[in-house]
Write a protein that binds this ligand. Sequence first.
Ligand code: RB5
Length: 152
Amino acid sequence: MKVAIASDHGGINIRKEIISLMEELKIDFINLGCECETSVDYPDYAIPVAEKVANGEVERGILICGTGIGMSIAANKVQGVRCALVHDMFSARATREHNDSNILAMGERVIGPGLARSIAQVWLTTPFDGGRHEIRVNKISSYETENVQVSL
Ligand code: RB5
């Protein structure tokens, strides 16, 4: 598996922590920055990572900003991306098993590097359950790609 990782200025420390985790796990990754101490704009990092996931250049993405919210909103605008904003261990596993999330977003002003590392490890190593969850994920994809309407 290949992973693209990026952060804005608000997520540099967690990005370093997750890079060291991926090195330990021998996961191939591309580090897209930022190499900044000054303020940058999170969409400039979220969208390139999301596009690499969407076009198959990498299988997964990890995005970190101050809250994780801006990164997740921006990444989810790219067709084919299922970005999950996660700050707890239960959701880290559940979003892989149930949503087949392909990008993980976290906020460095919300959680510390230790929890972020544990979340990323579970998220990187948990497979999708498929079955009924695949039917649900496919409904999102059909709406996104073919405008197949979902109504009650
Ligand atoms: C940057 O100040 C901050 O807005 C950004 O890191 C992120 O939290 C946005 O959602």
